[in-house]
Design a protein. Structure first.
Lengths: 506, 167
């Protein structure tokens, strides 16, 4: 009951004119920043952090949290309309969002993404409100072996996502992980994999460089080649009636993915260092696994859009939990929020809920309001996003190339990265020709820098004994599930081969 | 496609070997007291990549993967032409950034693509290629405060004029 009273006070606080204005401006800015390839919630929050010193700390964090919310909604827009995931959290959205857009059903994909994001955010808010202290203690019990086991589970999901050609999928995962290792060894600080001894590689290869190269350049070259330059532009219609029927269809065909993403995303988001990317990916994998029509996934399934979108929104709220209760940021964006709180004179940690009740509950209340505002603003802008798809392909394609190059530069401010983007794009075009799945590489480059140090720390803890991943109560079951998921497709292939051999014999 | 699949696997196997060799610049074994060496992670991952390439080649030999069964060329004349015109256009765009600035390069690339490849009218092509870089300038430099490359000094007067509008 106390919680509900405190939440009510928090909501009233966030509905005060200044705070409400902050929410509306923040969500709208976040939506457009998130929709821009190369820019995500991190950029939005970091760039607008100085602006917040003009308002009280409560309004400031509400503004930044609203940007975070808006950007998580906006990430789906570029994934669906342009086929370029603006952030790693939206990679899984491209798997089914882009095919839907190509079928002229971008409106269904965008509505599904918006609704799933809203439900994901709402479920996360309720879980956050009710179980914050309890979940914080669970998160704290995750040591390096548990985090590595979780990463292994994410990689296991990739094997299921990659299709039938398992060697090519595993190659893609390992390639992404090796690219993530370029630069410096995180533990010793020594330069590592400085390819061809070129100094540009010392700064490492970022996720965006590979993602923009693969999706912004490679995918477009592939589309131009496949369609012989004659892309029949989908002309999605945008009417109130059409949107209502899309909403109905999204609710009917996307509810399962939404539920999976909402809960799974939150629990993965709560874990320090895990974040929304593995959450969205695992949700996609689980939604595919439990679906009655798994073959629809990758070809335009609303469940395939709903699961990662619900998960990344849910995880973004979840990642606030360790930040507020333990002072540990769960994602790069929450790390900046944490910095902001310190600047405003607030000390994140267990005492925050006691010492700064008004601030904390005002923030939690604003999550609910921001979520509603983000849904409404997002739905209102869907016709604008759809309009982009009506452009002739010979205008849309160069625009995507320009956004890829400018977005890539904006993220790192380094021309070397732009050349890498072009190189990866052309390489991805040829690899796609030979059926190498590229999404696992893009996701592996994000998770590699989390997986490697946790593996090394775990082995150091156990003096090199890998049984540490099986004997710990939390890590053990996760590792076993991951191994089953990795070997299941292999067993399927072997059984299929044996079946083929038996047939001619019979 | 059949030959291409094998050549790609061979190229990727060579890349894997190169990455394995490069990883050995740091220790790849277990070091007592400090854990696995800095090169262990990329070395063993590259080794798995090499094994995967061998498996791809084996599948090619058995003819189980779709590309290994296909007799189509990897790229026909149209494919090569579009790759050269579009891919070459992108490379030229990036090369021009350090000479005529990011926004100048955007204008040239958009005009080349929309007018020459897209075969749209001159007025539409010019409008798109001029309005887009200006809009991006105000978005990046003004709103996001991200400075894009401004090219060689001869572009300074244009930038000075635009910066005066922002600041």
């Amino acid at each position: 009951m106390d919680v509900l009273l405190l939440l009510g006070d928090g909501m009233l606080l966030s509905l005060q004119p200044l705070n409400l204005m902050m929410i509306l401006i923040g969500v709208t800015l976040g939506l457009f920043i998130g929709a821009m390839p190369g820019l995500g919630s991190v950029n939005g929050v970091a760039i607008l952090l100085p602006v917040t010193f003009l308002v009280p700390p409560g309004s400031a964090i509400i503004f930044l949290a609203a940007i975070y919310y808006g950007a998580m909604y906006g990430g789906a827009v570029s994934s669906i309309t342009l086929g370029i995931p603006g952030a790693s959290t939206a990679v899984a959205t491209t798997f089914d969002g882009r095919p839907l857009a190509k079928q002229g059903r971008a409106s269904l994909a965008l509505v599904t993404a918006a609704l799933a994001s809203f439900i994901g955010g709402t479920v996360a808010n309720v879980l956050f409100t009710l179980f914050a202290p309890l979940l914080a203690s669970v998160a704290l019990s995750f040591g390096p072996p548990e985090v590595f086991a979780l990463m292994l589970l994410a990689f296991a999901t990739f094997v299921g996502l990659g299709g039938d050609d398992i060697p090519k999928t595993i190659f893609s995962i390992c390639f992404g992980l090796v690219l993530g290792a370029v630069g410096f060894d995180q533990i010793s600080g020594a330069p590592r994999l400085v390819l061809f001894d070129y100094n540009g590689f010392l700064q490492g290869i970022g996720f965006l460089v590979l993602a923009i190269g693969v999706y912004g350049i490679g995918e477009m070259l592939w589309t131009i080649d496949q369609t012989r330059g004659d892309v029949t532009a989908t002309t999605p219609k945008m009417t109130v009636k059409g949107m209502a029927s899309d909403t109905k269809e999204a609710a009917k065909r996307g509810w399962k993915g939404t539920m999976i993403g909402s809960f799974l995303g939150f629990f993965v988001g709560v874990l320090p260092a895990a974040g929304a990317t593995p959450g969205s990916l695992m949700s996609y994998g689980v939604a595919k696994m439990v679906s009655r029509n798994p073959d629809e996934f990758g070809k335009g399934s609303p469940d395939g859009v709903a699961a990662p979108e619900a998960a990344n929104n849910s995880a973004s709220t979840g990642s606030m939990l360790p930040m507020l209760t333990l002072g540990i940021p769960g994602s790069p964006t929450t790390a900046i929020l944490l910095g902001g709180m310190v600047i405003w004179g607030l000390v994140p940690g267990p005492r925050l809920f006691v010492d700064e009740q008004e601030f904390v509950w005002g923030l939690i209340g604003s999550f609910y309001i921001s979520n509603v505002a983000a849904l409404l603003i997002n739905l209102a802008f869907i016709p604008v996003f759809i309009w982009m798809l009506r452009m002739p392909f010979t205008i849309l394609a160069p625009m995507i190339f320009v956004l890829s190059i400018t977005g890539g530069y904006a993220a790192t401010r380094d021309m070397f990265d732009i050349w890498l983007i072009v190189g990866f794009g052309i390489g991805a075009f040829f690899m796609r020709k030979f059926d190498y799945p590229l999404a696992p590489a893009v996701l592996a480059i994000v998770l590699g820098p989390i997986a490697e140090p946790t593996l090394r720390q775990s082995l150091l803890l156990s003096s090199g004994d890998p049984s540490i991943f099986f004997t710990r109560p939390v890590a053990g079951p996760i590792t076993v599930i991951a191994l089953i998921l990795i070997f299941m497709p292999l067993v399927k292939v072997i059984r299929r081969q044996m079946g083929k051999r038996k047939k001619p014999a019979s | 496609m059949r030959v291409g699949e094998l050549l790609t696997a061979g190229f990727l196997a060579l890349l894997s070997l190169y990455l394995m060799w490069k990883s050995t610049e740091l220790p790849i074994g277990y070091i007592a007291g400090t854990g696995p060496g800095g090169g262990a992670w990329p070395f063993w991952l590259s080794a798995i990549m090499l094994v995967c390439c061998v498996c791809v080649a084996f599948n090619w030999w058995r003819g189980t993967s779709p590309p290994s069964q296909s007799e189509e060329p990897v790229l026909d004349s149209h494919g090569w032409r579009s790759l050269i015109f579009v891919g070459g256009g992108i490379i030229a765009f990036v090369a021009l950034v350090s000479i005529i600035s990011m926004y100048g390069a955007i204008a040239v690339f958009l005009f080349y693509y929309v007018w020459f490849l897209g075969r749209h009218g001159l007025i539409l092509s010019l409008s798109i290629s001029l309005i887009t870089p200006v809009a991006l300038f105000f978005f990046f430099e003004g709103a996001m405060q991200i400075t894009m490359p401004s090219g060689l000094p001869f572009t300074d007067p244009v930038f000075n004029f635009l910066y005066e509008i922002i600041y």
